[in-house]
Design a protein around this ligand. Structure first.
Ligand code: ZN
Ligand code: ZN
Length: 69
């Protein structure tokens, strides 16, 4: 249904993950995904589905420079 391909450390590659039967009553909002390759459960926040390639070079370090006395 809603398979997502993610990188699995155990499988050492990108494999399809799928939502397991939720026993916590999350229903469709369950943030849990399980690797279909090795069966390792992976918890993922609902907002953690960015584009496959995230640009890491986004000038996000915009904190004011504070000098430690
Ligand atoms: Zn759940
Ligand atoms: Zn795996």
């Amino acid at each position: 249904m809603s398979d997502r391909e993610l990188y699995c450390d155990s499988c050492e590659g990108v494999v399809p993950f799928e939502a397991p039967p939720c026993v916590d009553g999350h229903g469709a909002d369950c943030p849990e995904l399980v690797c279909t390759g090795c069966g390792a459960a992976v918890l993922i926040a609902t907002f953690a589905f960015p584009a496959p390639r995230v640009d890491h070079r986004r000038g996000t370090t915009r904190r004011p420079h504070r000098r430690a006395a």
